[in-house]
Structure formats: structure tokens, C-alpha cells
Design a protein around this ligand. Structure first.
Ligand code: PLP
Length: 361
């Protein structure tokens, strides 16, 4: 028998499913509406099957994905709730979607007419200003006659600037106008993403809310009324430590030069794990109680840090995202250092990083 290295031998993402579940409870309570948790892109890189298992006790109305494959993976894992596919499907994908009992969100007239032949539930996507997907709010008349064949179970829109009250108000008004112009009011209306719920002053006026990144521990900031608990920690082991002399350089292209004697620790994580190259000479990690700066370019498999202020040794664990001792590097902090959105940072965590699930008390 071949022995496998342990999940935490090199670099890994630790996901606190208890925190994820409490974030779901917090946002459902603030919204006063059932959840349609967005678990697209493998729950923003954290693992959709695990996220669904953590959220099931809240009895969400259903789950939101982007693709047929993502929906089918949840069916294969035993999920029986409605699964909405938010990226428009082309008719070529309808058989596969229908076979997996997925519910498409549609806005294109041809697609609506073709899906109607299945007799299966669908939701009408209404574009209220983002110009991404759905029928334009002022053109729902164009599809009204198609809706008689198989009225949509639901209708939805998406806010392009969910932390901007005036913009959200305009999109809500457009959505209401469009819904009023439909021959029948769909039973289930939904619009709010996580940031829109965070900014709600009272309960949602709609039937479901669609949080995503809030569940995974990232706040939109700016005057939010609720805050999520952190969910994600990224760790890597120190694999070598060396002393270098004044004038020595570190990593490709010699972008970092020691001003004096330094200790350099090599971490077993690189951009092929999703520790982005943009963190070269900018990132910091938590190592043995101090903040150690990334020294030189992040390489594909390894990242060097200036560990002069630590007594670290091979085998020690660095925290690249998350909490260690009384210091924290939030997803938002690390994303900002890399000039990325928190969404890109999370969804960029690659498969080589093992996912380790923790069920805190
Ligand atoms: C991704 C997505 C959401 C969730 O957005 P967050 O900003 O992560 O809360 C909600 N609705 C739609 C249509 C989405 O694509």
C-alpha cells in the first residue's frame, strides 16, 4: 500500500463549516426570508457539497449554481431541493438540465419557448440595468405572450451596485415595473445578493434572498448592518530556512535584495495553488507570532518570506489568510494587497490546495 501525505503536510485551505452555517443563520434572520444560497463555482472555491451540507439545517428553499455540471454534482451528492442555474443556458443544454431536475433562469425568447416544451419549472431573469442576463425590464412585453404556455415559477433580477442605495432603489423600481407588466405574478420573486441583504434596513420585501460571499465570511463593508464570521484560513508549511547575507537576492528576476543579514523561510505554496503572483513583494503572512513579508516573486510552487524576526523552522505553519494568535489577515485584506476582489481570491484557490473542513462547536 502506498502511503498518502496528510492533508496538512504542505499547504491547505481550512474551512470552518460552523461559521458558514452561522453566517447563513445571520443573513436569513436579517432578511426575514428563506435562503437561496449561491454555491456556484464550487461554493466560491470552498466546496459546494460541503457548503450545502453545512447549510441544510436552515432548510434553504434551494441552491444557486452557474452551470449544469455544478447542478448535477449537487444532485449526485443527494441534494433534492430546487437548484437554479443563473448563467443562461442554451437549448443545447436543456436535456441535461432537465434530466438533472435543474431550474434554469431564462430571459431569451427562443430559450423560453424551447424550455416550455419540457413543462418543468423555470425562473424569468429580468435585467434591470446590469446588461448581463435576462430580458430588459422595459421589454418584458416582448416575452409576455410566451409566458402563457408555461408561466415561470419565479422571477429575479441582480443588483450591479448593491452597496449603493440610490442604484438599488432604481433597480428595485424597474423590477417592480417589469413584474407588474407580466400576465401573471410569478410565485417567487428574488433579487438581493449578500451585500444587498447586509444593507437592508428592514426585512426583504421579496420571497428569497441569494447570499454568496457573505456565507463564506466576507463582508461588503461600507455601512453593513450585519457582519459575517470568518470562514477561510489558508496555511502553508515552512519547508526550508536559510540565512542570507547583505546584497543577496531572493527569487526570479532578483526583485528583492537583502539590506543586511536575513533569514528567509520558504513556504510550500505558490501561484499554482492560488497564492497569487500579485502578492510578490507585497503579501504578508503570519508566522510564529509575527507578520513576515513576502520576499521576491511568488513562484509556481513556493513563496519566500523574510522570517528574520521569527525563530521559525521547517515544519512550522504559516497563515496566509485567516487568524493566528491575536492577528488576522482577512480575505479582503489579502485581496486588496493583490489588487484583486475577494471573489477572485477565493475562487482562485486551486485544487492542489487540500480542503480541510472543520466543524467548530
Ligand atoms: C453570485 C450571485 C449572487 C451572490 O452574490 P454575492 O455578492 O456573493 O452575495 C446572487 N445572485 C446572482 C445572480 C449571482 O450571480
Amino acid at each position: 500500500m502506498t502511503e498518502q501525505p496528510s492533508d496538512t503536510s504542505r499547504a491547505w485551505v481550512e474551512i470552518d463549516l460552523g461559521a458558514l452555517r452561522r453566517n447563513g443563520a445571520a443573513i436569513a434572520r436579517h432578511a426575514g426570508a428563506p435562503l437561496l444560497p449561491m454555491v456556484k463555482a464550487d461554493a466560491y472555491g470552498l466546496g459546494a457539497v460541503a457548503a450545502v451540507r453545512a447549510l441544510e439545517p436552515h432548510e434553504p428553499w434551494g441552491y444557486g449554481v452557474a452551470t449544469v455540471d455544478e447542478g448535477r454534482a449537487l444532485r449526485d451528492a443527494g441534494s433534492t431541493r430546487p437548484i437554479l442555474v443563473f448563467t443562461p443556458l442554451l437549448p443545447a443544454d436543456f436535456r441535461a438540465a432537465h434530466a438533472a431536475r435543474l431550474t434554469p433562469v431564462l430571459g431569451d425568447p427562443t430559450a423560453i419557448a424551447r424550455w416550455s416544451e419540457t413543462g418543468a419549472p423555470w425562473h424569468l431573469g429580468i435585467d434591470t440595468g446590469m446588461a448581463r442576463a435576462g430580458v430588459r425590464w422595459d421589454r418584458v412585453g416582448d416575452v409576455a405572450s410566451l409566458l402563457a404556455a408555461l408561466p415561470p415559477e419565479g422571477a429575479c433580477t441582480h443588483f450591479h451596485s448593491a452597496t449603493d442605495a440610490a442604484s438599488v432603489r432604481q433597480q428595485r423600481e424597474r423590477f417592480a415595473t417589469a413584474v407588474a407588466a407580466l400576465p401573471i405574478r410569478p410565485r417567487i420573486l428574488h433579487a438581493e445578493n449578500g451585500a444587498a441583504v447586509e444593507h437592508l434596513e428592514e426585512r426583504s420585501a421579496l420571497d428569497l434572498v441569494r447570499p454568496g460571499i457573505f456565507l463564506y465570511g466576507v463582508s461588503s463593508g461600507h455601512g453593513a448592518r450585519i457582519a459575517p464570521e470568518p470562514v477561510v484560513n489558508v496555511h502553508a508549511r515552512v519547508v526550508e530556512v536559510r540565512g542570507i547575507a547583505a546584497g543577496d537576492i531572493v527569487s526570479y528576476d532578483a526583485t528583492w535584495r537583502a539590506e543586511g543579514p536575513r533569514r528567509i523561510a520558504t513556504l510550500a505554496i505558490g501561484y499554482a495553488d492560488g497564492y497569487r503572483r500579485a502578492l510578490s513583494n507585497r503579501g504578508v503572512v503570519l508566522l510564529n507570532g509575527v507578520r513576515a513579508r513576502v520576499a521576491g516573486l511568488v513562484t509556481m510552487d513556493m513563496t519566500m518570506v523574510d522570517a528574520t524576526e521569527t525563530d521559525c523552522a521547517p515544519g512550522d505553519v504559516a497563515t496566509l489568510v485567516g487568524n493566528a494568535g491575536d492577528d488576522t489577515l482577512t480575505v479582503a485584506d489579502v485581496a486588496e494587497r493583490a489588487q484583486l476582489s475577494p471573489y477572485e481570491l477565493l475562487t482562485g484557490l486551486r485544487a492542489r490546495l487540500r480542503r480541510v473542513y472543520r466543524e467548530a462547536a
